[in-house]
Design a protein around this ligand. Structure first.
Ligand code: ADP
Ligand code: TYD
Length: 207
């Protein structure tokens, strides 16, 4: 892949503050003179946004874990082709709210051990990782209560409950410990403090 830009992802459990922090980082980097493409998963391209509705709305047991892996990966492939690769090729900073680590956690460990299936499909169809990943970390109780405050129709995963969110948190921390591209950020602090840490790390990474 032609990759002259930088690829930054935000990961964490539902309600951890990823979207807020992705937005604040995009603003800070634009202020510093970078071209920034702020995007999200599932979604980030027209086709992937259509798939988003299929996976995030409706009954928690609407799809099997295997079907979900295919749907999230299909959405990611479209996002990569239509949004991420073109932006990186022209030298932009791409900031995405979730990427493949979310599939590793949500589909890979939530309902049985499907980690190997996720990794194989990723290698076959996606094959890229972010340069830098912020894990916004906080206890599952806090994440879930924040997520439920802004409750809407996209609640399939929040509806799977606290126990699942707690397992996701543990899984994300284990993944972060294995992968050098991760920075673990304490998301329990006020927004501005969290943002100041993230901006400093990102600016250092970009110079
Ligand atoms: P995520 O994208 O991880 O689900 P959001 O950024 O949407 O999280 O934040 C979830 C909710 O918590 C929103 O209502 C947001 O305003 C609030 N929130 C975000 N960051 C903080 C913070 N540091 N402290 C308190 N509330 C926060
Ligand atoms: P998101 O809109 O980021 O939700 P939140 O703001 O609550 O964190 O993501 C929606 C849901 O999709 C979230 O519960 C996690 C789930 N998800 C997966 O299960 N697998 C994936 O690969 C991705 C990208 C998201």
């Amino acid at each position: 892949m032609q990759n002259t830009g930088r690829f930054i992802s935000f990961e964490g459990i539902d309600g951890s503050g990823k979207s807020t922090q992705a937005r604040l980082l995009a603003a800070a980097l634009r202020e510093a003179g970078h071209e920034v493409v702020l995007t999200r998963e599932p979604g980030g391209s027209a086709g992937a946004e259509e798939i988003r509705r299929l996976v995030l709305e409706g009954d928690p047991d609407r799809w099997s874990a295997e079907t979900e892996i295919l749907l999230f990966t299909a959405a990611r492939r479209d996002h990569l082709e239509k949004t991420i690769r073109p932006a990186l090729a022209r030298g932009a900073v791409v900031i995405t709210d979730r990427f493949a680590d979310s599939t590793r956690m949500y589909q890979g460990i939530s309902r049985g051990d499907l980690a190997e299936t996720v990794d194989k499909l990723h290698a076959l169809m996606i094959g890229v990782e972010p340069d830098l990943t912020f894990l916004v970390d906080l206890p599952a109780e806090i994440g879930l209560s924040r997520a439920q405050t802004r409750a809407g129709t996209e609640m399939r995963f929040e509806d799977m409950g606290l126990d699942l969110q707690a397992r996701m948190r543990t899984g994300f921390l284990a993944l972060a410990a294995r992968e050098p591209r991760f920075r673990v950020i304490d998301g329990t602090r006020p927004q501005a403090q969290v943002a100041a840490d993230i901006t400093a790390i990102a600016l250092a990474h970009l110079t």
